[in-house]
Design a protein around this ligand. Structure first.
Ligand code: BG6
Length: 313
C-alpha cells in the first residue's frame, strides 16, 4: 500500500520558493507560498484546480503572483500613499510555530499558520508595528478557509488604519457563462468611472466587458455560478463588508505582462474586502477577517436554479 502523504508538508515551488502543501482527508489540497502568504492552488477531492493562476505569472519578488489569493494589506488598490494593493503580497512571510489559541476543529490537521511582521525597511514606508497572522485551512469537505488576525503592536500609543482584501482569482470555464448572485441591488463604486457611486440593478451579475467595481456592505454569502462547468462557488466572509469584482477583459489583459491575452475568459476575481471604511486598530487591538470558500456541483438549466436557495442554503 502506498504510504499516506502528510496533511501538511513544506516543499519547493516555482523558482525554488518555499510553499506549504495542505492535503485534506478525501483528496482535496491547497498550496500556500511563503512569498506573499499567497494561496496558489486549491483542488477539490477529484484533483480539479479551483483557482486561476496565470500561465505567465512571475514567481519572483518583488512582483506579486498573478492569480490564486493575493493578500491586499495595508492598502487596497491605489487609493493611498502605498504601492498598489499594499506590500503584504510581496513580502516573505514566516511559518508561525506558536500561534495564539485559535478556536478550531481539533480533528482537522490540514492547516498552516503564517505570520508577517514589519522589517526596519517596511517601517520606513508604513511606520507601524503589527503582527499579521494568517491561517490557511482545508475543511473536512475540502472547503478552503482563510483567517487573518491583525494586531496593532505599536508601543508609541498610535492607532493605525488599513484597507484589506482577499484578492481571490476563481477559475471559470467561460466568463460569458458565469453569473454572480448576492450583489444585486447593492451600491458600488466603479473603479472604471473614478470611483463614482452607482446602484446595481435587479438581476444577478453577468459579464460581457471589463468590470472593476467595489460593492459596498454586501451580504456575507456570495455565489458564483459556472453554467458550463456545472459548478457553484460559495464564498462566505466575516469582518469584510465589501466585495470587489474584477475582470480585465481583452484590452487590459493585453497590457499586463504577467497575464495571457485570452486568460480573462477563464478567471473572475471576487474579493472579500474592507475598502470603503478603513479598519482602525488602537495599540493592543486585534481584527479578524475570515473567508471560507466551497465549490459544489450545480446542475443549472436556465431558470431552474433559485438564487435564494443558493444564498440561503
Ligand atoms: O495588477 P494588480 O495590482 O494585481 O491589480 C489587479 C486589479 O485588482 C483589482 O482588485 C482592482 O480593483 C483593479 O483595479 C486592479 O487592476
Amino acid at each position: 500500500m502506498a504510504e499516506e502523504k502528510p496533511a501538511v508538508e513544506l516543499a519547493k515551488g516555482v523558482n525554488g520558493l518555499d510553499k506549504v502543501v495542505l492535503r485534506g482527508a478525501r483528496g482535496s489540497s491547497a498550496e500556500v507560498y511563503l512569498y506573499g502568504g499567497h494561496v496558489t492552488s486549491w483542488k477539490n477531492d477529484h484533483g480539479e484546480e479551483l483557482l486561476f493562476v496565470s500561465s505567465k505569472a512571475i514567481f519572483k519578488p518583488p512582483k506579486a503572483i498573478r492569480g490564486g489569493i493575493p493578500i491586499c494589506f495595508p492598502q487596497f488598490g491605489s487609493h493611498g500613499t502605498l504601492e498598489q494593493h499594499g506590500f503584504a503580497r510581496n513580502k516573505l512571510w514566516s511559518i508561525d510555530t506558536d500561534p495564539p489559541p485559535f478556536p478550531t476543529n481539533s480533528s482537522n490537521k490540514a492547516f498552516v499558520d503564517l505570520i508577517l511582521k514589519p522589517s526596519e525597511e517596511d517601517a520606513k514606508i508604513w511606520p507601524h508595528s503589527y503582527e499579521f497572522r494568517l491561517r490557511v485551512a482545508l475543511g473536512p469537505g475540502g472547503d478552503l478557509m482563510l483567517t487573518s488576525r491583525i494586531r496593532n503592536t505599536n508601543s508609541d500609543g498610535k492607532a493605525f488604519s488599513y484597507t484589506f482584501a482577499y484578492h481571490t482569482y476563481f477559475s471559470v470555464s467561460d466568463i460569458s457563462e458565469v453569473r454572480v448572485e448576492g450583489l444585486e441591488t447593492l451600491d458600488y463604486l466603479d473603479n472604471l468611472q473614478e470611483q463614482e457611486r452607482f446602484t446595481e440593478q435587479g438581476d444577478a451579475i453577468t459579464f460581457e466587458s471589463e468590470v472593476d467595481k467595489i460593492y459596498l456592505s454586501t451580504p456575507s454569502k456570495i455565489a458564483i455560478i459556472d453554467h458550463e462547468k456545472k459548478r457553484t462557488f460559495v464564498l462566505r466572509k466575516d469582518g469584510l463588508p465589501d466585495a470587489v469584482v474584477w475582470n480585465p477583459w481583452d484590452k487590459k489583459a493585453k497590457a499586463m505582462a504577467d497575464f495571457g491575452d485570452d486568460e480573462y475568459k477563464h478567471m473572475l476575481c471576487i474579493e472579500a474586502a474592507a475598502v470603503e471604511k478603513p479598519i482602525t486598530l488602537k495599540p493592543g487591538e486585534e481584527w479578524k477577517g475570515r473567508l471560507e470558500l466551497s465549490a459544489v456541483p450545480s446542475s443549472y438549466c436556465s431558470g431552474q436554479l433559485d438564487p435564494q436557495k443558493v444564498l440561503q442554503g
